[in-house]
Write a protein that binds this ligand. Sequence first.
Ligand code: COA
Length: 244
Amino acid sequence: MLIFAAQLHQPPHAGCPRGDPGQVVPCNFMKRVTIIGAGGHGREVADILRHQAQQSTDLAIVGFIDEDPSRRHQVINGLPVLGDWSWFEGVDRSEIAVVCAVGLPQTRKRLAEYAKTIGLSFISAISPLANLSPYAKTAEGVMMFPHSFAGPDSFVGDHGIVNVGATISHDTKIGSYGTLNPGVHLAGNVIIGEGCYLGVGSSIIHGISIGSWTTVGAGAVVVRDLPDHVTAVGVPAKVITTKE
Ligand SMILES: CC(C)(COP(=O)(O)OP(=O)(O)OC[C@H]1O[C@@H](n2cnc3c(N)ncnc32)[C@H](O)[C@@H]1OP(=O)(O)O)[C@@H](O)C(=O)NCCC(=O)NCCS
């Protein structure tokens, strides 16, 4: 499902657009959100959702789900760890939306696919401090952190992460599970394949394409296209390994 960024910034009680363009009907349901992953990334996403909830009475944060049994029943940053996936067996899943808040793209993909198989729906965590063009689009389960930017006609695919201060210029497209760590800068017309992991502070110049599941090292500057499944580092970025 595509969500136009402008819809995410509706004021509280603006209602839900349905049917004919411009038709708005009242939105009376409350979305209960659980965060999959109670690690560092999950705690940051919890802060984003808290900030969103301050601006929307339609959102309530229930707690974390985590596969690590040692976290079970802990209270982390004021939110309970509800348990593992089995917690969903005892609740009405139609009322619940989840966000898969784990930084590593491979793990995030596994979690999102599992969530889908048990019938959960996804919500995006879009910081009210993120700056999205009204012509930027985001797919489902996306995380946009404070001070991130997405320019006109840019796109962030399913379960993408745009971390603190990362910027996406006009017409740049991020594939599903794409991960922009803090301070990544993508110029215009860049294409990022599925599952790419862009290290903190890396930059990619205009018009470059990066293949799927490729890693770019922290601080790298990418000036040539990169293929699938490689790791590239340095200025200018050079491939150092091909992943198995
Ligand atoms: C690129 C990266 C993934 C490589 O990790 P790795 O596969 O474990 O590789 P290694 O640490 O064994 O390093 C391999 C070589 O690349 C060099 N290297 C690693 N990262 C580098 C980087 N960012 N820039 C330049 N060189 C780098 C190492 O010095 C080493 O060189 P050597 O063989 O001459 O000694 C990792 O260093 C990195 O930059 N990760 C980004 C992490 C990040 O941004 N996290 C954000 C969390 S919010």
